[in-house]
Write a protein that binds this ligand. Structure first.
Ligand SMILES: [Zn+2]
Length: 700
């Protein structure tokens, strides 16, 4: 087999991973030592100071991503452990480098020299300067010591918070009758004590299935309350964290943690974000109230029909259940039926075709199955591997190699749960010669169960748009061309990086794309047809493509529950900004997060909550507050402004138009974080970004 470039091999052992990380760490130190001893503030220039640092960082990031990748996919727990250890060492190294006074003096001298630099180099220099400032290099000895102490304490608090969440083992038992309505496949997976009691965990797969499907309100209530009270020990940890963050921000000279966090975002003013959230709140809350009235009516009708009592309330554990029924009743969309048109492998192939067509790319699958000559090129027999090429440039056909794409589709023990896309290697162009020497490799991770029979794994429509979203991050990785790996692909400002993927989600709400993606599973092949007939003896097989009325119902239903969905995000965003903007440190010490979380939730959602302690501590199970989204959760809403505008103005009329797809690729994706993100969108749109499309999309 001919490869465009030698592909990565996944043969890391615990020893080799730690050796390699140590080698990269030593190299980083020695490059900085050498700069510190050979350059003086008088001789410091971009070429002899920043460039060697950037070369070293490129190599380090290229190696580091791969070493850290193992913890997500390796089948060997010792390898995963070594990978996590390497990650910790790399992040400690970053803190160490960010505190080097000797090198920072030289970087400052380069900055003061004010050389004529292009945008990417200037951004690199500014970023480096900002890092020193944010590490407190301008502070006195005492303050710096305290900062280091805070940083260590925060690391410990984060580790404990995440451990409590991931090791939480709570469950609640129900009889089969109490679980009436639970989808068969979920019920079949429940453990039973053999005496009629079934154990239900608080994992998202279980809680969302119960809240969305179980008919008995008492069961939904128990699961809801159990879930929001499952990790109460995290409340003091969260409160400790934001008090520490507040102290650190004030030491560094910021008014609060939000101001500190927004400094490296596109929008740097917390007040502007507060205003944005308040504006959304004012417009969306009335919409939410109307939606609740509609759901409440549905609930009343249901209870009356079953002859059950009604206290006239609409509770938090009623929302998912009646939202699903509403879509089924008013729009005739049965999501389980719709899923029969989305067999996993078919969808993946069509999805790649859509991206290929839209952005001028070609995906060539490399056979890596058991026994094939390429078996060692993947970390597990289920993994699919593609060589990705550029096949379009200015109307001519080019076959330039872009990088490798992997898909690790099915769940297995020790694998990272959920859906995401992870970088294996960032790419970069040699900063000195401008040739692309290192190509990216990226991996789409999903956990769709493998079908044990000839009936394929079926995806829901929500799986579908999430797949588009995550593969969107992967495409961003593959098409990006930057000189510095720290700007590669989705390594943009945090309040921008979701926008491209959020835009691609919207493709799954168009007739054109749904028609391409949908194929009834029973009509995929003769074998599938037989399997279908076996399940449905004597029946006629449904049409091969999605019936037009089902697509229309789906499209109309998309706004049905949108207000309530986004009010939930708005609640978290406002909570996050509130706890990270106390007026004084004293105030930070006195915030009762449970009270604040629950009060904001009632005010924003307007849904009845349980009284007192049963209201629970929803903030204690919300991991984003520790995974880098502190004073940043709002970005899931603010980046929708960009996503909506780009989609509405360039793709909604013709989602598969290559001309726009190519321009989007060149102007928005390719430059990663190497140029001002707003500028990229401005060039793509031919005007400033506006918020009208966002308003229309929210229905306000
Ligand atoms: Zn994302």
């Amino acid at each position: 087999m001919q490869f465009p470039l030698p592909p990565p091999v996944f043969t890391g052992t615990p020893e080799s991973i730690l050796q390699e990380s140590q080698h990269l760490i030593d190299q980083a130190r020695s490059v900085q030592d050498s700069i510190a001893t050979t350059i003086t503030p008088d001789t410091a220039a971009f070429a002899n100071t920043l460039l060697p640092i950037a070369h070293e960082q490129n190599e380090r990031l290229y190696g580091r991503h791969m070493l850290e990748f193992y913890q997500n996919v390796s089948t060997d727990d010792k390898v995963r452990e070594a990978s996590r250890k390497a990650e910790k060492q790399f992040s400690e190294l970053e803190t160490e480098l960010g505190m080097r006074e000797d090198v920072s003096r030289l970087v400052k001298a380069v900055y003061d020299r004010n050389e004529d630099l292009d945008e990417e180099c200037r951004r690199l220099l500014e970023r480096q300067m900002l890092e020193y400032k944010r590490n407190g290099l301008h502070l006195g000895e005492e303050d710096r010591k305290r900062l280091q102490q805070i940083s260590k304490e925060l690391g410990d608090v984060k580790a404990q918070f995440e451990k409590n969440l991931s090791e939480e083992k709570g469950s609640v038992d129900f009889t089969k009758e109490e679980l009436d309505g639970l989808p068969d496949d979920v019920f079949a997976g429940l453990e039973s004590d053999g005496e009629g009691q079934y154990h239900l965990s608080f994992r998202p797969a279980h809680t969302s299935a119960v809240l969305g499907h179980v008919k008995i309100a008492g069961t939904r209530r128990k699961v809801y309350i159990g879930n929001v009270t499952k990790c109460n020990e995290n409340v003091p940890l969260l409160e400790k964290a934001f008090i520490l963050r507040d102290e650190a921000a004030r030491l560094l000279g910021y008014s609060n943690h939000a101001e500190y966090r927004l400094e490296d975002k596109m929008e740097k003013s917390p007040q502007k974000i507060n205003d944005f959230l308040e504006d959304v709140r004012l417009k969306l809350v009335p919409k939410g109230r109307v939606a609740i009235e509609r759901l409440k009516q549905l609930k009343t009708e249901g209870l009356t029909a079953r002859g059950e009592g009604n206290d006239g309330k609409f509770y938090l554990w009623d929302q998912s259940y009646y939202s699903r029924i509403l879509v089924q009743r008013d729009y005739a969309v049965d999501h389980e039926k719709l899923a029969e048109y989305f067999p996993l492998d078919w969808v993946i192939e069509r999805m790649l075709e859509i991206f290929a067509e839209l952005m001028g790319m070609a995906f060539h699958q490399i056979p890596t199955g058991r026994g094939s000559e390429n078996e060692e090129l993947v970390w597990h027999g289920d993994v699919r591997m593609f060589a990705v090429y550029d096949d379009f440039e200015e109307g001519e056909v080019h076959k330039d190699f872009l990088g490798y794409l992997y898909m690790d589709v099915h769940p297995r023990a020790g694998k990272r749960p959920g859906l995401c896309d992870l970088s294996i290697h960032p790419g970069y162009i040699n900063p000195s010669t401008s040739t692309r020497t290192h190509h990216p490799s990226t991996c789409l991770i999903t956990n769709f169960p493998k079908s044990p029979t000839s009936k394929p794994t079926l995806l829901t429509h929500s799986d579908l748009w999430q797949l588009f979203h995550e593969l969107g991050h992967g495409i961003h990785d593959l098409v990006s061309k930057t000189r510095f790996a720290c700007f590669h692909g989705p390594e943009t400002a945090q309040d921008f990086c979701e926008a491209p993927s959020q835009m691609l989600e919207k493709f799954c709400w168009t007739r054109e794309v749904l028609q391409v993606l949908g194929r009834y599973w029973g009509s995929l092949s003769d074998e599938h047809r037989q399997a279908w007939q076996g399940e449905h003896p004597g029946e006629d097989i449904p049409s091969e493509t999605i019936p037009a009325d089902l697509i229309e119902g789906l499209l109309q239903s998309q706004t049905a529950n949108r207000a309530l969905f986004w009010l939930q995000s708005l609640h978290i965003a406002i909570f996050d900004m509130t706890i990270h903007q106390p007026k004084s440190h004293e105030q930070a010490r006195n915030i009762n997060t449970t009270k604040l979380w629950n009060a904001l939730k009632s005010a924003i959602l307007g849904i009845d909550a349980p009284e007192g302690d049963e209201g629970g501590h929803g903030q204690a199970i919300f991991g984003h507050l520790f995974s880098g989204y502190d004073a940043g959760f709002y970005s899931c809403l603010s980046s929708q402004v960009y996503a909506c505008d780009m989609f509405a103005s360039k793709f909604s009329a013709d989602p598969l138009k290559r001309e726009e797809g190519m321009r989007w690729r060149r102007e928005v994706l390719e430059k990663g974080g190497s140029r001002d993100e707003m500028e990229g969108m401005r060039v793509f749109l031919g005007r400033e970004v506006g918020s009208e499309a966002f308003g229309a999309w929210l229905g306000v």
